[in-house]
Design a protein around this ligand. Structure first.
Ligand SMILES: *Cc1c(COP(=O)(O)O)cnc(C)c1O
Length: 382
């Protein structure tokens, strides 16, 4: 192994069994966006996360769009969404002609603030324009405060879509993350904790809604012998080849969670003593998959900025990243409504300004972890 081999933020980690499933798909000629791997992958995910069913689709983004479509989101509708997240959480709102309204994080989980949500729902209710859905993101593997968020949403009768793209394998009060909302969404993109190269899953306890999702995801073809269509559909199903990769990956998911948590613990042990450096918390009663080890640097106590660290690490062929840029700060969403956790103070802005994600792939060697630690220590202790 070359000394300067690139250390990625989160790279695909195959189990070795993927090829078997792929070969079987070829041998049986199931080379299509349907087939036995797709059916089994759906059953296995539903059983793992504890929902009544699951629908395998081409991406997490597609799963979010289907969920919004199933909840009746169309032109002119409002959808609430966590601000501190990847753009894919909110783009599907725009695909359907809806308008996103962004909700701030709270400091304990970095996820949606129940207080900001409450304020936003109260105002919407007074204005007689409640959102059609609330998209709650579970960032970097940490579950949001689901009990509090559900309580607020239930009061206004607004459903939650859980964007659990980053939190597959995590738990909240003993239950799997992504299984709390009306719909849950997972992603199997190349950088996620398990991958199919690209793919996603929609989960729910509403089996009828999931059947409707399958219908919509296969061009919404009416049950007629000729090709007849009454509503707009999509071509969003997952390939049977890729579903095979997913099955082999799912079988090692718990190992991947353990590996990422161990990497987090090693970082914490090595860097935790540095004043002004704070790791992303793990809320009591939850278990984060620690998809990415993420931390903040207090600019008063630490002179070097996250950007300087990212640049310096890049010189050593180490990939680190800032925390997601909040969506209310994106040029795309300029002028959007935004509700903060505290009057006049945005938690997500602060996390973005101070946040840093370290390489966290489950296939990192201890040597590679040590290299990252030593470089970061060198930069912080200068
Ligand atoms: C990766 C990700 C998505 C999108 O998933 P894709 O499969 O890439 O479409 C959505 N939301 C979050 C928070 C993500 O990290």
């Amino acid at each position: 192994m070359s000394i300067n081999k690139r250390i990625f933020l989160s790279s695909p980690h195959m189990s070795g069994n993927e090829q078997k499933y792929i070969n079987h798909a070829f041998e049986t000629n199931w080379i299509a966006p349907l087939g036995p791997n797709v059916d089994s992958f759906e059953e296995e995910i539903a059983s793992y996360v504890g929902t009544e069913g699951a629908v395998a689709v081409s991406s997490g983004t597609a799963a979010i769009q289907l969920a919004l479509d199933l909840l009746g989101v169309s032109k002119g509708d409002i959808v609430f969404c966590s601000s501190l997240t990847f753009i894919a959480s909110a783009n599907p709102i725009v695909y359907l002609g809806g308008t996103p309204v962004f909700i701030d994080s709270e400091p304990n989980t970095w996820n949606m603030s129940p207080r900001a949500l409450e304020k936003a729902l109260k105002e919407s209710s007074i204005n007689r324009k409640l959102p059609k859905a609330v998209i709650v993101v579970n960032l970097y593997g940490q579950s949001a405060k689901m009990d509090e968020l559900l309580q607020v949403c239930n009061r206004y009768n607004v459903p939650i879509i859980e964007d659990a793209a980053e939190s597959l394998g995590s738990k909240y009060n003993g239950k799997k993350s992504g299984s709390f909302g009306k719909f849950g969404v997972y992603s199997f993109n190349g950088n996620k904790i398990i991958t199919t190269s690209g793919g996603g899953m929609l989960v729910s306890n509403d089996v009828e809604a999931l059947n409707r999702a399958r219908f919509l995801a296969t061009q919404a073809r009416d049950p007629a012998p000729h090709y007849q269509h009454s509503v707009v559909g999509y071509n969003y199903r997952l390939s049977n080849i890729l579903a095979g990769v997913g099955r082999a990956q799912l079988a090692v998911l718990d190992d991947r969670v353990r590996a990422r948590r161990t990497i987090f613990e090693r970082y914490q042990e090595a860097l935790g003593h540095i004043e002004g450096l704070t790791f992303m918390p793990e809320l009591e009663g939850t278990m984060s998959n620690r998809w990415l080890t993420t931390l903040t640097l207090d600019p008063v106590l630490i002179k070097v900025t996250p950007y300087e660290i990212i640049e310096k690490l890049a010189e050593d062929n180490i990939e680190a990243r800032p925390v997601w840029k909040p969506l209310h700060l994106q040029p795309l969403f300029e002028g959007s409504k935004y509700y903060t956790h505290e009057e006049g103070y945005s938690v997500s802005d602060g996390l973005f300004a101070r946040g840093l994600c370290l390489p966290s792939g489950s296939n990192m060697t201890e040597q590679e972890q040590d290299k990252v630690v030593n470089r970061v220590l060198g930069l912080l202790e200068d």
